[in-house]
Design a protein. Structure first.
Length: 149
């Protein structure tokens, strides 16, 4: 049964039911069930290749399960910052433009996110994001502008 908060039944943010995911004939996740409730802090721990990133991508909706079901609270928005960012090296992009992926944000919000992430003004003006695309701070700054609903 979902937890109560001040006598009100809380709907989970995310629930997975009997999830299975495989890639190239290799089963990555099998019989996974997880419930994430509002206010919980969840830590996913395991060795390399155990399916941690796949589980998170599944919860975010970036991967579809081969079996089972993922239920997200209606209206829930999930941000996801990948471990490795794949950008086409022939596509030059400013760091500012990078922050508009996947949705546009205003200049004041973008500047505040870049400052908070410690991205220098010189890097913000680069005509090519490739030298900074692996920068965790730049990726996190890209995730910061999206305000939770």
């Amino acid at each position: 049964m979902p937890p109560l908060r001040k006598g009100v039944l809380m709907q989970p943010l995310v629930q997975t039911h009997d999830i299975a995911v495989g890639f190239g004939g290799r089963q990555v996740l099998s019989h996974v069930a997880i419930t994430i409730n509002p206010g919980e802090i969840v830590t996913i721990v395991g060795p390399n290749g155990s399916g941690k990133s796949t589980l998170l991508r599944l919860i975010a909706g970036a991967v579809k399960p081969d079996h089972g079901q993922v239920v997200r609270r209606p209206g829930l928005r999930i941000g996801y910052v990948p471990q490795k960012l794949q950008l086409d090296p022939t596509l030059p992009m400013t760091v500012r433009r990078f922050l508009d992926l996947p949705r546009r944000c205003d200049d004041a919000t973008a500047l505040a996110a870049l400052e908070e992430a410690g991205v220098s003004p010189a890097r913000r003006r680069q005509a090519d994001v490739r030298p900074v695309r692996r920068s965790v701070s730049t990726c996190l700054a890209g995730a910061c502008p999206a305000q939770p609903t």
